[in-house]
Design a binder for this molecule. Structure first.
Ligand code: ATP
Ligand code: MG
Length: 232
């Protein structure tokens, strides 16, 4: 579904992503794990159309994304939950969800998808009138994931969903993401937290200093956690 081949991202002379190749099959959950500065967000931004690759191809559903504007990538079925969550802090939970449903241009489907979010994260239903900026960090991440799911994407991309969250809350986010398995949705998770990512993903790529160092089944990395220590 998503094929990234030899992607290069530079900021001026600085090489942030160095000939990265990653593929994500339909219905698969793939994790890209790497430390601060590894280049994860740069890859996410390249997929979303927020940074222009210097080299390489990004092919989604058989078609190159080169030259497509951000909103055209959304319309093609790519939904990105950005690092830092990208919510509208002064707007309510429900208003944020409605904004997420905007690309659908269908009030009934938007309403149905809001109810689906409330079923996935009941706390959001309780807080539906609360300003997003006043939610706890964990609640904000739940809302950000829900907003990302609102337009019924084919591919959901999560950039650092564990950011700033306590371990217990990370556990809750992990449970919710595992709930997406088998739904037919394709998911790519870019994360520092290897434990969370391995608990959610089928396959893992390990990224350090802009280079893919290793890729393997998540189960193999869970069985052999030393690999992570050597590579990152
Ligand atoms: N706009 C920019 N201008 C210059 N350098 C940048 C820019 N954005 C990112 N970088 C650099 O590119 C490298 C990769 O950054 P990136 O944000 O992609 O990493 P990351 O893996 O997402 O890190 P983190 O875990 O901290 O979010 C870093 O060294 C960063 O300083
Ligand atoms: Mg990042």
């Amino acid at each position: 579904m998503l094929e990234i081949a030899n992607l290069v991202v530079r900021y001026g002379p600085f090489l942030a992503v160095d000939r990265l190749s990653v593929s994500v099959g339909e219905g698969e959950i793939v994790g890209v794990v790497g430390p601060n500065g590894a280049g994860k967000s740069s890859v996410v931004k390249a997929i979303g159309g927020l940074v222009k690759p210097r080299e390489g191809q990004i092919v989604f559903g058989g078609a190159s994304l080169a030259g497509l504007a951000v909103h055209e990538r959304v319309r093609a079925g790519i939904s990105i939950v950005p690092e830092g969550r990208g919510l509208f802090p002064a707007m309510s939970v429900e208003e944020n969800l409605m904004m997420g449903g905007d690309p659908l241009d269908d009030r009934a489907r938007t309403a149905a998808n809001i109810e689906r979010s409330f079923a996935m994260f009941p706390i959001l239903k309780e807080r539906r009138w609360q300003a997003a900026g006043t939610l706890s960090g964990g609640q904000q991440q739940m809302l950000a994931i829900s907003v990302g799911l609102m337009p019924d994407p084919k591919l959901l991309i999560l950039d650092e969903p564990s950011l700033g969250l306590a371990p217990i809350v990370i556990g809750e986010i992990g449970r919710a993401l595992r709930g997406l398995r088998g739904s037919g949705l394709t998911v790519a998770i870019f994360e520092q937290n290897a434990k969370l990512t391995c608990s959610v993903a089928d396959r893992i790529y390990i990224l350090a200093s802009g280079v893919v160092r290793h890729h393997d089944a998540a189960a193999a990395l869970i069985a052999n956690p030393d690999i992570l220590d050597h590579l990152v």
